[in-house]
Ligand binder design. Structure first.
Ligand code: 3MF
Ligand code: MG
Length: 342
């Protein structure tokens, strides 16, 4: 069992520094200015930024305005020594995406969603990154009868193909989530999207971003989901965080709920030769004071690095010996002791 020693690159999106607003209450902290968020990355030990399309420029600008706006953002990133990992079209806030985007029952709205996604590809090109992340937030239903589920799968495929064909270099990464905001999402897990990847116009440019909390919400183990995508050579990004059981999407700090589950995630990424960025998708608690509103990011990064140390400190021969003896009680205690620093 080889343990490749590698240096990880850490990223997060500006939405990870948030006001604490939730469906039941207004902001609990002031919105931090975009420029100030960008200035915090290096201080927190991060190397790159993840953006929604409208984190870079307002949605729906024309071509020249996109180029001009993105050039300014690129200059700021360069000045900070940051790179952009991916662009994700925000297809869940605009009035035209209310009934889904690619799977809307309205042909005009489906067209808007694809046009907007193509603009996101143009933004990615201009900012110098080649990955497009699709979190298909509203592709699904509140009631089963609302949409045709078979046509919907085809519409998602058509949209992915339209983007792959729009640009010969970009890659599409599906970030699947089983529910919230929808009652039931189409393609609810990475496994579903992986199957779709092989039917796209270019499977070699179709893959996944896996978020820990999304796997947990689907009743799956994030490390198994990630291992399966690694086996397909299609795990191109991750959103590490944690989740306390089956409830609303919590985006808790990585490792804060289940240390062993977090360890298994890190172990799989280490052993599986994962070479993408270590992306976070974490929220500070609503009760967090403004002065501490980035602690959850620094803490998640620190937890990841601690667990890399634990993973590298495991004696591979010992693990194999336990496996050979089918002594899983012994193996379990070995891992638990390592996690407790013994
Ligand atoms: C929701 C998410 C999203 C995505 C983001 C980038 C707002 O559960 O995980 O965060 O990560 O849109 O794809
Ligand atoms: Mg996410």
């Amino acid at each position: 069992m080889a343990t490749p020693q590698r240096t990880y690159r850490f990223t997060f999106g500006p939405w990870n520094i948030s006001t604490g607003a939730d469906p039941f209450g207004p902001p609990a902290r002031n919105e931090v200015a975009w420029a100030e968020k960008i200035r915090s990355y290096k201080k927190l030990g991060f190397d790159g930024v993840q953006f929604h399309d409208d984190d870079v420029v307002p949605a729906d600008l024309d071509g020249p305005a996109i180029q001009k706006g993105v050039a300014e953002v690129r200059k700021i990133l360069d000045g900070e020594g940051l790179f952009c990992e991916f662009i994700a079209p925000r297809l869940w806030e605009h009035p035209k995406t209310i009934d889904g985007a690619y799977t809307s029952n309205s042909a005009a709205e489906r067209k808007y969603a694809i046009e907007r996604s193509k603009r996101a590809v143009d933004i990615a090109n201009a900012v110098g990154c080649r990955d497009i992340v699709l979190w298909l937030a509203r592709e699904g239903t509140y009631i089963r009868e609302a949409k045709d589920p078979i046509a919907s799968a085809q519409r998602i495929l058509d949209a992915v193909n339209a983007l792959l064909e729009h640009d010969p270099h970009i890659r599409i990464l599906g970030e699947m989530k089983p529910n919230e905001p929808m009652d039931q999402a189409y393609l609810p897990t990475p496994g579903h999207f992986l199957a779709l990847c092989y039917r796209t116009a270019d499977p070699s440019r179709s893959g996944v971003l896996i978020e820990s909390a999304h796997s947990i919400l689907a009743g799956l183990d994030p490390s198994d989901d990630m291992a399966y995508a690694l086996w397909h050579r299609k795990l191109w990004s991750v959103h590490l965080n944690d989740q306390n059981g089956l409830k609303y999407d919590q985006d808790k700090a990585f490792g804060s709920v289940d240390l062993r589950r977090a360890f298994n995630t890190v172990w799989v990424l280490e052993r599986g030769g994962y070479d993408g960025c270590v992306g976070l998708d974490v929220k500070a608690m609503r009760t967090t004071k403004a002065a501490e509103q980035t602690k959850h990011l620094a803490n998640s990064r620190a937890m990841f690095l601690h667990l890399v140390e634990v993973a590298r400190g495991l004696d591979a021969d010992k693990v194999e010996a336990y496996r050979a003896e089918r002594d899983y009680e012994g193996l379990e205690m070995y891992v638990l002791q390592k996690l407790m620093g013994k």
